[in-house]
Design a protein around this ligand. Structure first.
Ligand code: Z5A
Length: 213
């Protein structure tokens, strides 16, 4: 069986990941592909339980290290139970956030040491990394404004603007370091313009794979 594909969506909060990942899933399903749509933290019952702890504003005493370990635990379960089996079965796995979010939020936002973040990433993913990542880039103030419009902020959304600016800068640094994997898409454009840029990137990638298969 041909191996599937692992595609992640990343960016600051409110950048439009949820909107775009659904549109891409519809597009890929319409062309007959098996698609698994999932998210982090979450994607399995145990990882969704960890998500509830991580996002609950009542847990404002959670230390940066405890937060990092919880994201890693949720990821390890998600990779083991959902991502790796689905890719092995030939599906296109679309995941809303993955390890780049840890580097951006816990590394860039919380200033935890890069060597610890990399070591935990390697343990949690056990080598399963995305084939392609769409980075929806948006000024932090704009993303926060979109989230505020929607209502209550969760524990991480409630961080100050400077935190979210550091997160955005960290995402852009990852994209500059790994331009082959990470495609930056301007998320300030209309939903349809962003969707068409995302489709173009993914269709080109799938087409290239089919030519070489
Ligand atoms: N986190 C972490 O710290 N470390 C990690 O390792 C991982 C995660 C994996 C997950 O929260 C939190 O966990 C996240 C990072 C942290 N916290 N923050 N901040 P989440 O999954 O609940 O939240 P999120 O990932 O930030 O997503 P979101 O806030 O729901 O936003 P989104 O999915 O990117 O955007 P959206 O829901 O598609 O759109 C937001 C709004 O903007 C909505 O009203 C849309 O209608 C609107 N929208 C979307 N596109 C457009 C365009 N193009 N123009 C105008 N308006 C638009």
């Amino acid at each position: 069986m041909t191996r599937g594909l692992f595609i992640t969506f990343e960016g600051i909060e409110g950048c439009g990941k949820t909107t775009q990942i659904r549109l891409l899933a519809d597009h890929l399903r319409a062309s007959g592909r098996a698609v698994v749509l999932t998210r982090e933290p979450g994607g399995t019952p145990a990882a969704e339980a960890i998500r509830a702890i991580l996002l609950d504003p009542a847990h404002d005493a959670l230390s940066p290290t405890a937060e990092l370990l919880l994201y890693a635990a949720a990821r390890a379960q998600h990779v083991h139970q959902v991502i790796r089996p689905a890719v092995a079965a030939g599906a296109v796995v679309l995941c809303d956030r993955f390890a780049d979010s840890t580097e951006a939020y816990q590394g860039g936002g919380r200033s935890l040491p890069g060597n610890i973040i990399t070591a935990l990433r390697d343990i949690a993913t056990d080598g399963t990394m995305p084939d392609c990542t769409i980075l929806l880039d948006l000024p932090a103030a704009e993303g926060l404004a979109r989230s505020r419009e929607r209502g209550e902020l969760d524990r991480i959304e409630g961080e100050p603007l400077a935190f979210h600016e550091r997160v955005r800068a960290a995402f852009l640094k990852i994209a500059a370091r790994e331009p082959e994997r990470v495609a930056i898409v301007d998320a300030a454009a209309t939903v349809e313009t962003v969707a068409s840029a995302v489709r173009a990137r993914i269709d080109a990638m799938l087409g290239a794979r089919e030519c070489t298969a």
